[in-house]
Design a protein. Structure first.
Length: 324
């Protein structure tokens, strides 16, 4: 335990910039409502999605994030409706955040080949801190480790607030792109006296689906993708490529920043199986930053179920973006 703690402190001291950000999901398109609220109802029929991520499992304070969502197109409201529930646990439940979101999106055809979709999201979140799990400098004995009681006075505990987000999505049969802004009202998430605003998060994403074999039943496609995010002072660029052949999907991604402040965060490998109704995916993040020796990477698992629905003359188009 002493060696693990020492290794963790060395890694932390080796990182020159530490910036807060929202929970991260590697399989962006397997969690579409989290990526962009405009994705609500894009599959037309009911869709249920679950995602689980364990980030840096080798560290004592790993991040474990679980998300579940349901969405479908509803003709009576001329758009898509969705609901999403997410829980993020940091440092063995020391910091726990639960968010419940309701989403509405509206689709408009621009011409026979291109459509746009705009979405709005309202969320309620609760963030709580378990003070009993925190450790302080006055608890440490130089030789025996954490053996003393702290003199620090517990304060804070939990905070609840409302959050709003919005996004827009444009797509054709082969191309898609979108822009989303989360935390439009920059809600206060301070756990103690004072104000700590959650900064707005800007997301730009785009990609294409390129058929490479159309004559066979198990047609193959290539799908290059790019995703850029900015939240406060934090910036992130993701570059990736998917390839599909029949029910098999594989992908590789690089996450970092190639301009401005240059850094490399991780390389990502994704594998999945899918058919018309169900998909299952797994991805592993290989950390290449200064934290490499200690993190253990990141594991992520996704499950998606598309339910059959009665055929109706609904004037909407489904989007042909990747599933993972």
């Amino acid at each position: 335990m002493k060696l693990k703690f020492l290794g963790f402190m060395i890694c932390v001291m080796g990182v020159t910039n530490v910036m807060a950000q929202d929970p991260e999901f590697t399989q962006f398109y397997s969690n579409p409502l989290y990526l962009n609220p405009a994705f609500a109802g894009t599959s037309k029929c009911p869709r249920f999605v679950m995602n689980y991520r364990n980030q840096w499992p080798s560290l004592t304070g790993a991040y474990v994030t679980t998300c579940a969502s349901y969405d479908q197109h509803v003709e009576t409201v001329s758009g898509g409706l969705g609901i999403m529930v997410m829980n993020d646990r940091a440092a063995q439940n020391t910091l726990n955040t639960t968010t419940v979101s309701g989403i509405y999106s509206y689709q408009q055809a621009i011409n026979r080949k291109f459509s746009i979709k705009a979405g709005f999201q309202a969320s309620y979140f609760q963030k709580s801190l378990d003070w009993s799990k925190l450790t302080f400098g006055d608890m440490i004995d130089p030789r025996k480790g954490f053996i003393y009681e702290t003199n620090d006075i517990p304060r804070g505990g939990s905070v609840k607030n409302i959050d709003f987000s919005a996004g827009i999505l444009g797509f054709s049969q082969t191309f898609y792109g979108g822009f989303a802004v989360h935390h439009l009202n920059e809600p206060n998430e301070s756990l103690i006296v004072g104000t700590s605003r959650l900064p707005m998060k800007y997301t730009v994403h785009a990609g294409a689906v390129i058929p490479i074999k159309q004559k066979y039943k198990d047609a193959s496609t290539l799908s290059p993708n790019i995703l850029y995010r900015r939240q406060g002072e934090f910036q992130q660029l993701n570059l990736g490529m998917y390839i599909t052949k029949g029910p098999i999907v594989a992908g590789v991604w690089f996450r970092g920043l190639l301009f401005g402040q240059r850094y490399s965060d991780s390389f990502i490998a994704t594998i999945g199986l899918q058919n018309d109704n169900i998909r299952v995916g797994y991805s592993y993040d290989i950390t290449v930053s200064a934290l490499t020796p200690a993190t253990g990477g990141s594991h992520e698992v996704s499950l998606g179920i598309n339910f059959d629905c009665r055929p109706r003359k609904v004037k909407i188009r489904t989007i042909a973006c990747p599933s993972f």
